[in-house]
Design a protein around this ligand. Structure first.
Ligand SMILES: [Zn+2]
Length: 224
C-alpha cells in the first residue's frame, strides 16, 4: 500500500508541474512587447483645401509670394517725383512735387518733369560742356515757373548757333545721348557709342543729327 500512495503522490506532482509549465496568463515578469505606434501618428497630414469664397479668411488673406534674395538688385527703382529746381538764368527756385489730390494730367506732368530733372539734367550739362567745336547752349528755362509760367510740359532745349546761320536752331526734348552723339559727330568720330559700349556707324544717326544741327550732316564713307 505505501508503494501505491507514493506512486499516486508522484503522479499528482507531475501533473501539477506540467500544468504550471505553460501558464495560461501572460508572464508579467517578461519584458513587454513593443506597443504599436498610435494610429494617429501614422495618419498623413490633411491636404490643404482652398478656402471657399464664403470663407472670411479668403477675403482677408493675400497670397504670399516668395521674394528671391537680393531681388532689389535686379529691379530698377523709379526716380523720385520731387525736385527743387534752381534756375541758372534768373536764380528762382521751382519745387516739383505731387500734390495730394493730383489729377492724372497733373501727375503725369510732374512725373515727366522730375524724370528729366533727376535723370537727364546733370548729364546733359556735362555732355554740353564737352562740346567744343560748335557754339551750343542748353536752355533749361522751361523748367522755371518764373521764366516760363505758361509751359505745362517742360523740356530741355538745345540751342545751336551755327556761324553764318540766320538765327539759332532750337531742338526741344534733347537727351544726354543726343549731346554725346553731337559731340562724337563734331569730333569726326566714325561711330556712335550706344549702350554697353556698342559702336554703330555714324551714318545710322544721320536723321537725328539733322534734327540736332538743323542741316544735313556731312558723313564720309567711313561712317557708313
Ligand atoms: Zn528762371
Amino acid at each position: 500500500m505505501p508503494y501505491l500512495i507514493i506512486a499516486g503522490l508522484a503522479l499528482f506532482l507531475l501533473v501539477t508541474y506540467a500544468g504550471c509549465g505553460k501558464p495560461k496568463t501572460p508572464n508579467t515578469a517578461s519584458p513587454p512587447e513593443p506597443k504599436p505606434a498610435p494610429a494617429v501618428e501614422r495618419v498623413a497630414a490633411p491636404a490643404k483645401v482652398a478656402p471657399k469664397p464664403s470663407d472670411p479668411e479668403a477675403l482677408t488673406e493675400t497670397p504670399k509670394k516668395k521674394v528671391p534674395r537680393n531681388a532689389c538688385c535686379y529691379k530698377m527703382s523709379a526716380p523720385p517725383t520731387t525736385f527743387d529746381y534752381l534756375c541758372p538764368r534768373c536764380g528762382e527756385r521751382t519745387l516739383y512735387a505731387l500734390p495730394p489730390n493730383a489729377s492724372e494730367k497733373e501727375r503725369a506732368a510732374v512725373v515727366d518733369a522730375t524724370f528729366v530733372l533727376n535723370v537727364q539734367l546733370e548729364g546733359c550739362r556735362r555732355a554740353l560742356a564737352a562740346i567744343r567745336d560748335l557754339p551750343v547752349e542748353l536752355d533749361e528755362s522751361q523748367f522755371c515757373r518764373k521764366c516760363s509760367p505758361a509751359v505745362e510740359k517742360p523740356e530741355l532745349v538745345l540751342v545751336v548757333r551755327r556761324p553764318g546761320a540766320a538765327g539759332p536752331h532750337r531742338v526741344a526734348g534733347v537727351t544726354v545721348e543726343d549731346l554725346r552723339l553731337l559731340n562724337e559727330y563734331l569730333s569726326g568720330k566714325p561711330t556712335h557709342t550706344v549702350e554697353h559700349d556698342y559702336e554703330t556707324p555714324m551714318a545710322r544717326q544721320a536723321q537725328r543729327l539733322e534734327e540736332l544741327l538743323g542741316l544735313k550732316p556731312s558723313l564720309s564713307e567711313e561712317t557708313k
